[in-house]
Design a protein around this ligand. Structure first.
Ligand SMILES: Cc1cc2nc3c(=O)[nH]c(=O)nc-3n(C[C@H](O)[C@H](O)[C@H](O)COP(=O)(O)O)c2cc1C
Length: 192
């Protein structure tokens, strides 16, 4: 079986609506993929600052970080579940990506530019947004960032499953939105 890396950036964990959408989709994909889950709440994520960068320049990369980067590189499929925070992704997820952005692992370069070194031909991004902001709206800065990063790392097309306006509707409507998003994700999962 091929490998699927599931990055769970649902910081609110059991309270998370995004997680409620992601879990049944990932469970379905687990019938066809070996799923490895990285729950960001469980990872010790160091912000990439001067000391860490200097060490990286000298090839000193913590073993746990190298293992995450290699998992990104080697996954056949990637699923990211992350709520919409401050018009983009949670900072913990950005930190995770910065940690994984290691030359000769997730990307390479020649004398002109960088190019990707990851294997995944498809990536799915599952999210919920508090306000009524649609995927592709100029106020929605998560999808453009993830598309750019997947370009840098050589990851195939990004498919987005999103529910929006979650903070301004009744509990009943929230449930409906979650059900619609799960159905949409399961549909994508058939060809994923
Ligand atoms: C720290 C934080 C930042 C947020 N920032 C935004 C935002 O910029 N725009 C927005 O539409 N909703 C924002 N929200 C609302 C969440 O996107 C919304 O409640 C979402 O459904 C939360 O997902 P979750 O239930 O998976 O945690 C924010 C919520 C939190 C906790």
């Amino acid at each position: 079986m091929r490998n699927l890396l599931y990055i769970d950036a649902c910081i609110r964990d059991e309270e998370s609506r995004t997680k409620r959408i992601a879990e049944p989709i990932v469970a379905e994909l687990a019938n066809r993929y070996n799923v490895t889950k990285l729950a960001l709440n469980d990872l010790d994520l160091d912000v990439v600052q001067k000391e860490l960068l200097n060490k990286r320049m000298h090839g000193e990369i913590p073993q746990k970080v190298m293992a995450w980067a290699e998992q990104m590189r080697d996954a056949d499929r990637i699923v990211i579940a992350a709520p919409f925070w401050d018009m983009s992704i949670p900072a913990a997820l950005k930190v995770f990506f910065e940690l994984c952005s290691i030359f000769d692992v997730t990307f390479k370069s020649n004398d002109k530019t960088c190019y990707g070194n990851c294997k995944a031909e498809k990536m799915m991004y599952i999210t919920t947004r508090g306000m009524d902001i649609a995927t592709g709206d100029e106020l929605e800065q998560a999808t453009p960032y993830l598309k750019a990063l997947s370009w840098l790392w050589g990851i195939g097309p990004l498919q987005v499953v999103a529910a929006q306006n979650m903070d301004y509707v009744s509990a009943e409507v929230i449930e409906e939105k979650i059900a619609v998003a799960v159905a949409e994700g399961l549909q994508i999962a058939k060809e994923f």
